[in-house]
Write a protein that binds this ligand. Sequence first.
Ligand code: ACO
Length: 378
Amino acid sequence: MEAPLKVYKGLEGIYVLESALSLLDTENGKLYYVGYDVEELVAKSSYEEVSYLLLKGKLPTKAELEAFVEKLKGEMQLDEKELETVRLVSKRSSGMDALAAYFVLTGRGLVDDGSPMDQAIRAIGKAGSVLGNVIRIDGGEDAMYPDPSLGVAGNLIYLVTSRKPEPYQIEFLDDILILHAEHGVPASTFGAVVAASTLSDVYSSIVTGIMTLKGPLHGGASEAAYQQFVEIGDPNRVEAWLEKALSERRRVMGFGHRVYKIYDPRAKIVKAMAARAAAIAGGRVKALYEVASRLEEVALTKLAPKGLFPNLDFWTPMVYTAVGIPPNYFTAVFAVSRIVGWVAHVLEYWKDNRLIRPLHLYVGPPAGQKYVPIEERH
Ligand code: ACO
């Protein structure tokens, strides 16, 4: 007898592609980009260098990095026409929608200019400058010219706050960008690769990635975690809040991961950053951190036995807040960073492209239903 057809819901445990970009060591709680421990990259590298690593598959020499950074700086510039497009998309939408809309509106022109690698570097450069301006406009300011000399992280903070950032702020955001740059094939990367497999273009893949990242089960978790800390409000209220939340079968946002059933290695790093951010910035960041720390402690007693631990989105709200990113833009910053992961996957997939076209198991009415004219239906 033939085995019954099986549907792999959520594609859980299914390998959908080969990739040399990241290794998720889910047994030892480690993450590697092209073989390099992400913890070491956070300590020693920059988002720009990590972008090179992911796009080219090796760490750059000094000269290679300088040339790459120069090219990226050129792409970070926005001319008056581009600023006008940012104003337009910001008028009609905000957040991730505005970022995606920018690439929808400009993609065609960008595609006609250069190789897919050039387009990838252009998108990485543009994204932070566009998002920084979208946040400015949402906050009631006018768009302004980027300052590429500050690097991707520093420029983003500069555009959002209108101030040259403190070195510690640049370091924090740069580290966050590195940690979000790549992570195998979560929903957004899979979406980007599916779009690419149709031989659509780099920007279409990025737009697909942005829109897929948006949901609260994926990139949207950091904002949801922030709102949860605000809702709890005080470390003394954590126990009561958690008991009620779990009894209502609510999820602790920032806890759990489809792949990690132990502590997310990125979360460990961001947790230490959040502690530093609370100590340096104090005030609101410290208040959020105190609630988060207590929630982690109490939630772990209930959730760790089920393999549920904090993921990086549990701790990022404190770091984002310390560098001046408003909560409704946390996920969009994640998108800016992950663009490199999406495009690196797209370029890798195109080396041996195969249209992604899975099957569905039909469970509807039997074939051959009689078509009844509309007047005779009831
Ligand atoms: N809080 C409480 N319980 C949870 C949580 C949580 N955060 N996450 C999962 N569970 C429970 C489920 O209720 C379920 O319990 P049950 O078996 O008693 O019904 C069990 O754990 C398994 O849950 P699934 O949804 O099947 O696990 P899945 O692998 O699909 O979940 C996910 C992964 C979506 C991340 C989930 O843990 C979640 O919703 N977490 C909160 C949102 C979040 O933090 N997302 C960020 C992910 S990281 C990233 O995208 C960067």
